[in-house]
Ligand binder design. Structure first.
Ligand SMILES: [Zn+2]
Length: 285
């Protein structure tokens, strides 16, 4: 261990600054969304079985709600631009902009070169949870998605119902493409209902039993045409372990709602990033 410098305490005492002050982020018009939602009608419902995943389509301007049914269950959510699958949810940048956990009014941002809101959280029945004494909170954009490769690395296992594989099967089935093509579309997730944080002593990613109960839900407004995929994680409530069939698991429900005609007057889909993409070498034609 290198010897600390004489001014080590002084250096540690430097106050942190927020990396991305977000006061200049374009703000969603939540009042408009809430008015539109009041008269929206349900047009589809998808039940995601335990240890499995399903895809669903949400046109721009529609709402989708993920609801806990039967028992405490965590879900892993992927989103794509339904018209261009290379534009997909960017978990890391969303974390940098909003913090490690999302809640009402915050957004799921898309990958470069678009970097625009794909979906805005309009209601979260777990808003009350806040940040607990361990530094834990719900709906994180920290974790990646449970996957068979990490399980194999750490335990030599061959487990096939991790969220990564569930999402891969769902995308393959929904788009009618081979598994290996579908797998390339699967990306880091929003961990719906999962309660997570970093340990203060070792800085390790931790999980604890989700506070979600049947009837709780997280609801989104689709800013662009979306293809979604949701996996009911084999970790169940994520109180003990994932990547196995040990935990009690329950289904998750996804409901889609269409707004009334005219309910979104004045609203426009977010445009792709205004960066000119020259990267210092002149603007591409
Ligand atoms: Zn999982």
């Amino acid at each position: 261990m290198p010897k600390p410098p004489h001014d080590a305490d002084h250096r540690r005492a430097v106050a942190p600054v927020i990396c991305y002050p977000n006061e200049t982020l374009p703000q969603p018009d939540l009042d408009l969304y809430q008015r539109a939602r009041r008269f929206a009608r349900q047009i589809a419902s998808v039940l995601v079985s335990a240890r499995d995943a399903r895809c669903f389509d949400v046109p721009a301007g529609h709402f989708f709600r993920i609801t806990s049914v039967d028992g405490p269950q965590v879900g892993d959510l992927n989103l794509w631009n339904a018209n261009e699958l290379s534009e997909r949810f960017y978990s890391g940048k969303t974390r940098a902009l909003h913090g490690a956990h999302l809640t009402t009014g915050e957004r799921m941002w898309s990958s470069f070169p678009n970097l625009r809101p794909m979906a805005t959280i309009v209601e979260d029945t777990l808003d009350w949870y806040g940040i607990d004494e361990f530094g834990g909170s719900v709906h994180d954009v920290i974790g990646t998605r449970c996957d068979p490769y990490t399980g194999n690395l750490l335990a030599g296992s061959q487990y096939h119902y991790c969220c990564h594989s569930n999402l891969t099967r769902a995308v393959s089935d929904h788009l009618g493409i081979p598994l290996e093509q579908a797998e390339a579309h699967v990306h880091d997730v929003l961990n719906v209902f999962m309660c997570t944080g970093f340990t203060r002593d070792t800085g390790q990613y931790f999980m604890k039993a989700t506070p979600v109960r049947p009837g709780d839900y997280l609801e989104f407004f689709a800013e662009i045409d979306l293809l979604g995929a949701l996996s009911a994680c084999p970790g169940g409530d994520c109180s003990a372990e994932h990547s196995s069939d040990v935990a009690a698991c329950y289904p998750l429900q996804v409901d889609i709602f269409a707004p009334d005609a005219g309910a979104l007057d004045g609203w426009q889909q977010p445009q792709p990033s205004g960066y000119n993409r020259s990267h210092g070498l002149g603007v591409p034609s």
